[in-house]
Ligand binder design. Sequence first.
Ligand code: FNR
Length: 336
Amino acid sequence: MSRLNYADKIILAPMVRMGTLPLRLLALRYGADIVYTEEIVDKKMVRTKRVVNEILGTIDFIDEFDGSVVFRTCNEESSRVVFQVGTSDAKLALDVAKLVEKDVAGFDVNMGCPKEFSIKGGMGAALLKQPEKIKDILTNLVSNTSIPITCKIRLLPTIEETLSLANVIQNCGVAAVAVHGRTKEERPQHPNNNEAIKKIAENLKIPVIANGGSREIETYEHILRFHKTTGASSVMIARAAQYNSSVFRSTGKLSLDEVIPEYLKLCIEYDNVFTNTKYCVQMMLRDLQETPMGKRLLDSKIEEEIYQIWGLLDYYKEKREEFMKQSLKLQVTLPS
Ligand code: FNR
């Protein structure tokens, strides 16, 4: 597999709960060049076991204690998927990278999450003020893995501090750095500091991936405008893709009436967990949750109910039958 190149790319951002396999595949099919997984915390990931799922054609990382799927991936994305870890520990981060390195194209460290859970654990944006720890984590990953290493940061209070941090990161040998143009105190409704991203892009040799533009992104053309305004090598989109992943289509966005069924088909094909499917569709519907269809979704208690709303119950049943037959066949053909 050729090494993932981060220059001149349009990227699906990491998004907790949203960025599971169905959304990543849909984003790729609509035109995203690279897709990031949701952030998965190191301690959770290291207790998983890698399992080849022959029924679904996926690689699953299963929690050894509760049997849940912590990370599911497949061939279609393997050369374009970047695994994002939440970490504050160089050894654990490397353990996770070694666990997934044969199944993903890149490995990213989240240094931007401002949530209390991350900060308390010394992860996410807590790392921004700890250059020594950053060096520790990133150089250990760069020296001991075969896939490109990146990280995703936020801005520090001044541009000088941010540039100095960006240089520390570059000197660790990473392949690229994603920059969300807000400080950890700023919220999504604050304007994104595109100027700061531009300065960082001008100062670094490695590709800078601009992020934080969704407030002004409704269409593919807006993605291109964000790319141009920031002067960054690449762009990374979160909320605009969360609402409607067909924003990645260069030929124009589709209506949610088309996008949601496509998304749900992937949920069926990859046996996505009901609660995750429901949450993601709710996030796509936003205000439409108030419509009769939205209310039916909110009331749904089992996956069949969701598929029925979008006319996919027969497809769901057909696929379940296929999985069942496949599973019986595999049991029969397994060597005794
Ligand atoms: C995020 N963000 C995020 N960032 C990250 O590094 N790892 C993560 O797991 C998440 N999770 C997450 C979930 C959801 C639902 C949202 C909306 C956002 C932040 C995200 O990647 C991005 O930095 C910001 O949303 C700004 O980019 P946009 O939305 O303006 O394109």
